[in-house]
Design a binder for this molecule. Structure first.
Ligand code: SF4
Length: 370
């Protein structure tokens, strides 16, 4: 049975305001958590709004016209986001991904990208600055995003068949518009572009092969994501998960695949290439093969709460520190302390019976980004 949602506003404010330690640290860029995982990636949600109503993320029956989104004053400003991002970069973050909601709905997002693109790692390198989008505004914005300093994009696309896609996005958005956005993004140089398909059994798994065929022999890297129990509103059931091994089996039967080594430690996708040289695919097995042991990601919510896991039930209110005049050294020390104390490994602990694993309500993906 689908679980009834509790309004997020009650939940979002159950967060802790971090205590400033008496002794302030200087960041070394070599932070590690309790499982020896470094802090390398920061995902920043810049809006809790989206123009899609994907059934696994922002289902219409929950996110309807009466749903109360965050007021603008609650959102971190671009200056606040950049300030926090710079502190994370000093701690070792090399990759920043903007998410949402739909990040391209945030007004003047290009200005934020310019500000983040100016940050440098302690040894002077540019950041890997990227963004995940549903593609609806990509054709219109790709050039300005590139000009602002964005390196690449990841685009969500759950089906090639219009009827299936529209059933999933629930707002009648056509596949051809996303494909056009992909092409424009590629043409302006926002690559390599990854295309993420969430596979939900009984909903779009018949699209696995058409999607694989369509993106084979193209510059786009298609990645299949196991349907996850993110948030509390999607009524997740284990039997709706199509294991990545099954995805690889179905594709491999038609178009032989060969495993490929990871690009770097902590890469979320397992890579496979077509034996005939037709490019590669990835599978993200967050349910059947958890990758918590390599998880180097921190998440900053739209209103400045720091989460150390996608499945967190509570966050650390960095915005409160920003807006009460705390210094960079104080906030940086707090971030360091939170990461050092991190022990999250939700996916590793997940069982087939999610109810026993979910004593508390988790934060929605549209609020902290996927
Ligand atoms: S469950 Fe949490 S710790 Fe594990 S990989 Fe996902 S975000 Fe990282």
């Amino acid at each position: 049975m689908t679980e009834k949602i509790i309004p997020l506003a009650d939940h979002r404010y159950q967060n802790t305001i971090p205590v400033i330690p008496a002794r302030l640290d200087t960041p070394t860029g070599l932070l590690a958590d309790r499982r020896a995982r470094p802090l390398q990636d920061l995902r920043i949600s810049i809006t809790d709004r989206c123009n899609f109503r994907c059934v696994y993320c922002m289902p219409k029956e929950v996110f309807d016209k009466d749903y109360s989104y965050l007021p603008h004053s609650s959102l971190l400003t671009f200056e606040e986001i950049t300030r926090i991002a710079s502190l994370f970069v000093a701690h070792g973050v090399e990759k920043i991904r903007l998410t949402g909601g739909e990040p391209l709905l945030r007004k003047n997002v290009e200005r934020l990208i310019e500000m983040l693109a100016a940050l440098r790692t302690p040894d002077g390198r540019e950041l890997d600055l990227t963004l995940t989008t549903n593609g609806s505004l990509l054709a219109r914005k790709a050039q300005s995003l590139k000009d602002a300093g964005l390196k690449r994009v990841t685009v969500s696309l759950d089906a090639l068949d219009d009827a299936v896609f529209k059933k999933m996005n629930d707002v009648d958005f056509a596949v051809s518009d996303v494909l056009h956005g992909l092409q424009v993004a590629h043409d302006v140089g926002l690559g390599p572009i990854k295309v993420n398909m969430v596979v939900k059994g009984g909903m779009n798994d018949q699209e696995i092969l058409p999607m694989a065929r369509y993106f084979k022999d193209t510059p786009f890297i298609l990645r299949f994501i196991e349907y996850m129990d993110v948030g509390a509103s999607n009524g997740w059931k284990m039997d709706e998960v199509i294991p990545s091994a099954e995805v690889v089996r179905r594709i491999g039967q038609q178009m032989p695949l060969v495993p490929v080594a990871a690009n770097y430690a902590g890469e979320t996708a397992n890579r496979w290439r077509y034996a005939d040289g037709g490019g590669e695919i990835g599978v993200i097995s967050s349910v059947t093969q958890a990758f918590c042991s390599d998880c180097t990601r921190a998440r900053l919510s739209t209103e400045g709460k720091l989460y150390t896991c996608l499945f967190a039930t509570g966050g650390h209110d960095l915005r409160a520190l920003l807006r009460t005049g705390r210094s960079d050294a104080e906030i940086s020390t707090v971030i360091g302390g939170i990461w050092r104390n991190r022990d999250d490994r939700y996916s590793e602990l997940r069982t087939a019976n999610t109810d026993t694993l979910r004593p508390e309500r988790k934060v929605e993906m549209s609020y902290i980004g996927g």
